[in-house]
Design a protein around this ligand. Structure first.
Ligand code: NAD
Length: 732
């Protein structure tokens, strides 16, 4: 494998080209790093070489480190994994530092060879850390290119010198959007922000000119020059002090300390800022090792990168079905969900027929797309031409005949099986025979809805989350009779709208709501027991959930919760387990405190709908316990009640693939992302501990914590989910 090649020309320029032959995007692994390092040695030692250009043979520079390598690093690093990981990272630091010092005399800083990085397109992760070690970065004028350090998004941080170099280049404050938020920029903006040096139509030519004329002084990085001071000051500088204190508070406010990589990153920045550059690199490597050794990083990389991508690329798509890409979609019901579905479909270039009972309602649904595009134009993210093109693709009407050449229908009318049945029949009278019909129902079993259809094999669930344009998960539900072509159609559609699909079998509440509802219910149970609402919500937020269960039920509305509870009770009869929850739910509903939309729920709201403190009336009805429970006890109740449902979904065959269970939970309802998802979390805990904890929770709080047979069996055998089920998921 040769990911790098080097050529030397008559002018004395050694050009190192990065081109991973078996991939469409360059990614770095240890072998590639070693090859690059050998070429650098060669070029530095060769007297005929005056300077070096590092570039790519592809349209982009590089996508980053091969995350599979990082995920496996600790298992492939021998008997002393932390030492092995640290040494591996330090070998990368040494190679990049060699580029930076470029053979110059350590004392006089003279005699080095200029190294330029030329980026034809996107340069992310180590694809930007490598250029950061060069002396000058040239990028092509390519508005589609992205330059940045996105590691934090998958539970890592830039560990190949990117953290140390960017902080020294831009200062802690300047570097924070790129390091802490993983923000990336197009080349022109990256230049204005000081991330790169030049942007032009012919960066290769400009780099050559620069290399041939560079002086000794041009090769000295600010942090290697005498008297270097960090922009904005270090932690003990008066203004630097403000930055560091504020950053720490802000980051902890946002993450609640639940993300190990963010904490490690802040530590690497803070500690690294107080020591010489080389020591800072060692500190960065130690913190990076710490993150890699934490099971959270492996779980996050696995779910948020490797498996998420595998699902997006069709890992679970029936392979025997030809391309089912959608050209014309019919959306029935132009309410909150229908309007969003119309928008994302039109954004993906499909023609959309948006139907409601009255023209006014259909128009209102289309106006949602208009308002959305207006907002984007205001923010400089869209143009009026784009808006006009998008709106021209949406036809708002009441006429079912407009569906005559549609190839996919998504129904999002009221959650009422009778209305849905009428709509299904009316639509099927108008659509072609091979058109797939999908329902966006959130609670009604697909196999029951399919009874209204004359072609149940073409009937499927495509369940979006609200708001459609922001939520990345789409849950696809197979009814009893749903055939492969319908599944393939749904998956191809989800791919077109660039969201992440999971495919599950039909059951009450499918997968996501099956887990979310117990989470919300456990929150309300805790309140009914006299646990402080603040403790309930904060316990969840400290686990990395975006909102606690009480805030979540306020957002989704308490009357909806009550409606679902009544319908569930009706369907389950004596098996219905949630009486204690209903006390709270129905009482809140009776008080008219139905959530944010009524500006009254578990929280108080002002007239503008801004949330204030918890409503005091709650503790009058449910007096607070004198002795509040331990934080971990509350957290375990909130976590276990969801993950046990995920295990049961797997046991029942609703979940067919553990990857979908984990990715779906993080994207669907923000399940503690640091854990990699519910099944990854059980693996982190270890199934024997988890099974034992179930018993304790069951004894203390009730049968909903009963340990599922599957989990008990795995605990007895000492198995993990990714160990036991990984053969089924190797396709990734
Ligand atoms: P909504 O009340 O905002 O919109 C429903 C729309 O359907 C209304 O505009 C109504 O006029 C229209 N409609 C009703 N009967 C019709 C008919 N016979 N023909 C054409 N149009 C008709 O509801 P919503 O929140 O958009 O939910 C729609 C569906 O999506 C429901 O099945 C719901 O369970 C599901 N869903 C909702 C959410 C959510 O968060 N709101 C999330 C996932 C799924």
């Amino acid at each position: 494998m040769n990911d790098f090649t080097m050529t030397k020309d008559a002018a004395g320029i050694a050009t190192i080209v990065w081109d991973c032959l078996e991939r469409s995007m360059n990614v770095m692994n240890m072998e590639g790093m070693h090859q690059l390092d050998s070429f650098i040695d060669d070029a530095l030692a060769d007297e005929t070489v005056r300077g070096i250009i590092i570039t790519s043979g592809k349209k982009d520079f590089a996508g980053g480190m091969d995350l599979n390598v990082l995920a496996d690093m600790k298992t492939t690093s021998g008997d002393s994994p932390a030492k092995g990981v640290f040494e591996g990272i330090m070998s990368m630091h040494k190679a990049l530092r060699k580029i930076e010092l470029a053979g110059m005399n350590a004392k006089t800083k003279k005699g080095g060879k200029p190294v330029a990085a030329v980026l034809p397109g996107t340069a992310m992760g180590i694809g930007f850390e490598l250029p950061l070690s060069a002396h000058r970065i040239f990028a092509a004028t390519n508005p589609k290119a992205k330059i940045g350090l996105p590691e934090i998004m998958v539970g890592l941080f830039p560990g190949a010198g990117g953290t140390t170099r960017l902080v020294r280049k831009l200062g802690a404050m300047g570097a924070s959007p790129y390091l802490l938020e993983g923000k990336s920029l197009a080349p022109a903006k990256a230049k204005s922000a000081g991330l790169i040096d030049e942007v032009s139509d012919d960066p290769m030519n400009d780099a050559r000119t620069w290399v041939l004329s560079a002086k000794d002084a041009d090769l000295i990085k600010p942090w290697d020059a005498k008297g270097y001071k960090m922009p904005g000051g270090g932690p003990y500088h008066p203004s630097g002090f403000m930055t560091f204190v504020a950053a720490s508070a802000m980051v902890n406010g946002k993450t609640q300390g639940a993300f190990p990589a963010t904490k490690a990153l802040l530590s690497a920045i803070y500690e690294g800022a107080q020591v010489p550059f080389e020591t800072a690199l060692r500190i960065e490597a130690r913190w990076f090792t710490n993150v890699i050794m934490n099971p959270s990083s492996t779980a996050m990389i696995r779910s948020l990168f490797i498996n998420k991508q595998a699902l997006e690329k069709g890992a679970v798509r029936p392979s025997n079905v030809a391309d089912q890409r959608v050209k014309k979609i019919g959306v029935l019901g132009a309410g909150m969900m229908g309007a969003g579905i119309a928008l994302v479909s039109a954004q993906a270039g499909m023609d959309v027929i948006l139907i409601d009972q009255k023209q006014k309602a259909a128009d209102k649904g289309k106006a949602y797309s208009e308002a959305y595009m207006n907002k984007r134009i205001k923010r400089g993210k869209a143009t009026s031409e784009k808006k006009a093109a998008l709106l021209s693709r949406i036809t708002a009407t009441t006429d079912y005949n407009a569906l005559k050449d549609a190839d996919l229908i998504i129904e999002a009318v009221f959650e009422d099986s009778k209305i849905k049945a009428t709509v299904t029949k009316a639509v099927e009278a108008a659509i072609p025979d091979d058109c797939i019909f999908a329902s966006n129902t959130s609670t009604l079993p697909i196999s029951d809805l399919a009874k209204a259809s004359s072609r149940p094999e073409q009937f499927i669930g495509i369940h979006f989350f609200s708001p459609v344009e922001r939520m990345m998960l789409v849950e696809i539900i197979k009814g009893k009779e749903t055939e492969d072509r319908a599944v393939a159609k749904a998956l191809d559609y989800v791919r077109q709208i660039r969201k992440t699909p999971i495919v599950v079998n039909d059951a009450r509440f499918f997968y996501a709501n099956r887990c979310i509802i117990p989470y919300i219910n456990e929150g309300m149970r805790l309140v009914a027991e006299g646990v402080s609402p603040a403790l309930v919500d904060n316990a969840a937020r400290m686990l990395g959930f975006p909102v606690g269960p009480l805030q979540l039920v306020d957002e989704t509305s308490i009357d909806l919760g009550a409606k679902i509870a009544r319908a569930t009770k009706l369907a389950m009869g004596n098996d219905y387990p949630d009486g204690a929850v209903d006390d709270v739910l129905f009482w809140m509903e009776n008080q008219g405190r139905i959530g944010r939309k009524a500006k009254a729920g578990f929280f108080e709201y002002d007239d503008a709908g801004k949330r204030h403190g918890y409503w005091e009336g709650l503790s009058e009805k449910y007096p607070l316990l004198d002795q509040q429970p331990d934080l971990i006890e509350v957290q375990h109740r909130l976590m276990f009640v969801q993950v046990l449902e995920a295990v049961r979904a797997l046991e029942d065959g609703v979940l067919m693939d553990i990857r979908e269970g984990d990715v779906g939970a993080i994207l669907g309802w923000g399940f503690a992302p640091w854990s990699g998802g519910p099944l990854s979390w059980l693996d982190i805990l270890g199934t024997p501990y988890a099974a034992n904890r179930c018993k304790e929770l069951q004894a203390a709080h009730g049968d909903r914590f009963y340990c599922p047979n599957l989990l008990q069996e795995m605990a007895d055998k000492g198995q993990s989910f990714y160990g036991r089920f990984s053969s089924a998921t190797k396709a990734a």
